[in-house]
Structure formats: structure tokens, C-alpha cells
Design a protein around this ligand. Sequence first.
Ligand SMILES: CC(C)(COP(=O)(O)OP(=O)(O)OC[C@H]1O[C@@H](n2cnc3c(N)ncnc32)[C@H](O)[C@@H]1OP(=O)(O)O)[C@@H](O)C(=O)NCCC(=O)NCCS
Length: 172
Amino acid sequence: MIATKDPYPPIEDRYVSLLWAEIEMAEDLAIMHVQLFDPAWDANAFRDLLAESGTSALIAKVRLCELGTPVPVGFAIGRVAADEAEVLTIGVTEPFQRRGIGAKLANGLLRAVNSAGAKCLFREVAADNAAASGLYQSLGFAETGRRKGYYNRREGVAADALILSLDLARKP
Ligand SMILES: CC(C)(COP(=O)(O)OP(=O)(O)OC[C@H]1O[C@@H](n2cnc3c(N)ncnc32)[C@H](O)[C@@H]1OP(=O)(O)O)[C@@H](O)C(=O)NCCC(=O)NCCS
């Protein structure tokens, strides 16, 4: 059982499940996406994406108590083309962040695109997105390019885009 006093209690592995995201889960994906991204992708966008042949998509669910119904808390979606893959989107809803779920999703996606034939995985990330940069770094991604001032920020300060890549053949 997860203690209620601590707003960020650790989540035991047995409460977390990773599932293949099916088209019927498009609404769940859209509900999570809008909490994390602007612009957000709607359910139709997810339906189209999940219908594409090169798409690998995972959803993370957590049971909040022993007999609870698993609730969706995160997702990771990638696309494989020939021997390369790209992380299209990854996110974990805020109350469940920093509990290892993003890492579980990312590792699941690595395995999925690797078995679909990808030899390397790419992702572009804003240099000021500490959480995402930290996640990719922890997985062994290396910076292979940088677009200066690529992202406009509300305050008028632009953020660089980092091009990150991971050689899946060298990943243990
Ligand atoms: C990025 C994101 C998916 C990480 O998910 P998460 O479940 O919180 O990540 P995890 O708990 O699995 O953390 C794995 C590692 O990532 C890094 N990390 C995660 N959050 C971090 C933060 N806020 N600051 C710095 N590093 C962070 C750490 O290295 C962490 O390992 P550690 O906990 O052992 O230090 C989540 O913060 C998120 O959904 N952010 C908003 C959407 C987004 O920016 N997506 C990425 C677009 S490129």
C-alpha cells in the first residue's frame, strides 16, 4: 500500500505495469499528454500514430493500492524507420514523476525499437528541460548536435535544442 502522508512515496515494482498501448488507449494518452505538453496531441492524433506500422508505444499503469485498478500514469512512443528509431514522445504525469517510471518506460522503448531492428535511437530535447536531459543521460544518450536558440520561451529567452542519440548495439 502506498502511504498517503508522503506526496512522493516510492512505488514498489509490483504496483507498476508496462503495457503495449493499443488504439483503444488513445483517450488515456491524450489526457496525460495535455498535462505535460503544449501543444498537446489529441486522441485522434494518437489513434493515427498507433495505427502506423513503425510505431512502438508503451503505457505505464500504477495500482494505487493492493486491489486497485491500474491507472495510466505515463507513456513512451517511438518510431522505427529502417535501422533508426526516434523517441516521439515520453511523459509521466506529475504526481508520479521521480519514482523511476520514466526510466522503466524509456528502457521498455529501447528494447522494443531494438527488437524492431533499430540500431540507434534519437531524440531532440530542449537544453533547459533538466528532467528529460537527466533521463536521457542516465540511459547513455550522447549529444550529437545542437540547434542554437531553437525553442522560443515565453520570457523571450530562447533555449537550445540538443540532438541526442543512443547506439543500441553498444547498450548492454
Ligand atoms: C522526463 C520525464 C519523462 C522523466 O520521468 P520520471 O518518471 O520522472 O523519471 P525517473 O524517475 O524514471 O528518473 C530517471 C532519471 O532521470 C533523471 N531525472 C528525472 N527527473 C529529473 C529532474 N527533475 N531533474 C534532473 N534529473 C531528472 C534522473 O537521472 C533520474 O534518475 P534518478 O532518479 O536515479 O536520479 C518526466 O519528468 C516528464 O514527464 N516530464 C515532462 C514531459 C517531458 O519533458 N518529456 C520529455 C520530452 S523530451
